[in-house]
Every structure is written in structure tokens, then in C-alpha cells.
Write a protein that binds this ligand. Sequence first.
Ligand code: IPE
Ligand code: IPE
Ligand code: MG
Length: 256
Amino acid sequence: MATDLTLESDLKKVPQHIAIIMDGNGRWAQAQGKGRVTGHKAGVDSVRAVVKAARKAEVKALTLFAFSSENWQRPEKEVSVLMDLFMFVLTKEVKRLHKNNIRFQVIGELNRFSDKLQKSITKSEQLTANNTGLVLSVAANYGGRWDIANAAKHLASQVQNNEISLDDINENSLHEHTCLAQLPPLDLLIRTGGDYRISNFLLWQSAYAEFYFTDVLWPDFNEDELAQAIDVFEQRERRFGKTGEQVSSMNNENNN
Ligand code: IPE
Ligand code: IPE
Ligand code: MG
């Protein structure tokens, strides 16, 4: 069944799907006179805290940007530490996620990772596949442009195989092939670390997301910081193209 993109006009206040660009690990470590790696390690503690806080806030989906398709350009040593950390998290933390009924998945172009890492990802996804609580998606070797190009490729191959016609290509069918299409629409996109950019994260999915930027560096981000972002989100008026008056009257009708 085709996803109805008009679901985005659901004007519910509580964010069901939050995504975070976890930025600022390197600067956090450097500010303490330590190497960037120390920052990445501290970043894992923040991930743990934020996953716990998201469950508490009854968020349905949490999507974390861990490694972008552009991050391969970093020094080899830093990339290798990030891969080791990723492996460590997959082997040590996934059991805890499973115990907490969390469904875990990795989004991105995974074939660039080592076989060992890919196997570990598959194993973790399989272990938690039937869990019914929070859906935790980690974006690794992910790029928003890749995601859209990949969806276009899927549709093109369906046309080539006569499974669909050219006229079947539209926003809804393309959406179906983008990452996260099965989850609630993205409500809130948070970026830590003080920069005001999307860095090729969820380009398609953030069409109507609310953006929240904070100077707090990722290793300092915690439950209180998440609560603050959710508070700000709840005060925003989402209009989805309508006028403020239309939105208020719809809200009044819903409340009666
Ligand atoms: C984010 O922190 C983590 C990754 C991109 C893997 P950074 O490593 O980008 O930290 P800063 O931005 O250099 O401080
Ligand atoms: C974005 O952070 C990617 C992740 C947080 C994984 P970057 O630090 O790579 O972004 P830029 O380079 O400052 O745009
Ligand atoms: Mg950065």
C-alpha cells in the first residue's frame, strides 16, 4: 500500500520521530586538551543517555547520524577508531537494546564496511527485528543524496522490468523506497555542536521537520537537553502550507 504523504499534516504536538546530527565530539575533546578519539568515546555515552530519554518521552522513532558518506575523507586513523567503536557498540550495546524492546537498524550504504561489521549489523538487526518499542535507526555511511538516488534507481529498475509504468513514479512511490519510509514522518531534527547545516543528512525526510540547533557539543547532550528540544518543538506552530488561522481552527475542532 502506498504511503500517504499527507500524514505529514497530522498536527499532533508530541514528536513521534526525532533525528539527531550528533556533532561536536572532536571540539569537546580538544577543549580538554585531549585527542578527538576521546570525544567519540564520550559521544557513545550520550547516545546511551539519549536513547533512554527518548524511550521515557515515548518517542516512537529515534534516528542518529553516526557517520556520513563524506566522513571517509577524515584521517585514516580517526575513521578506523570510529569503525572500532561502531563494532564495540554493536557487540556490547545491542543486547541492552534488545532487553529494552528496542528495534535496531542501520541505514546507509553498508557494502563499504568490512564483512565483519556488515555481519554484526545484520545479526543485531535480526536479533531485535520483532521488538515493538522504540525504533532506533543509526545512519552510517549515509547521505541524503544517496538515499534519494537509490530510491530513484529502485523505481527505474521496476520500470525496466515492466513491474510499474513511468506514470507510477510520483512522490509517494519514490518515498516508499527511501530509508525510514515505514516509520512515522520526521518531526524534529536536532543538530548539536553549533553549526546550522544539514550536512547531507535526511534531505527527503526533513521536508517538513522542525529544526532545532544547539551550541551544546554532543558529549554534553543529555536527557535535559533532549527535554528542552522537545519543549521548543511543542511550542512551534506547524502549518504545512496552511495559514495560522486554519491551523488554530483545526486545533479547536480537534479539541471539541
Ligand atoms: C561528530 O563529531 C561525530 C562524527 C562526525 C563521526 P565531530 O567528529 O564532527 O566533531 P567536531 O565537529 O569536529 O567537533
Ligand atoms: C555531520 O557532522 C555528520 C555526523 C554527525 C555523523 P560533520 O562534522 O561531518 O559535518 P560537517 O563536516 O561539519 O558539515
Ligand atoms: Mg563535526
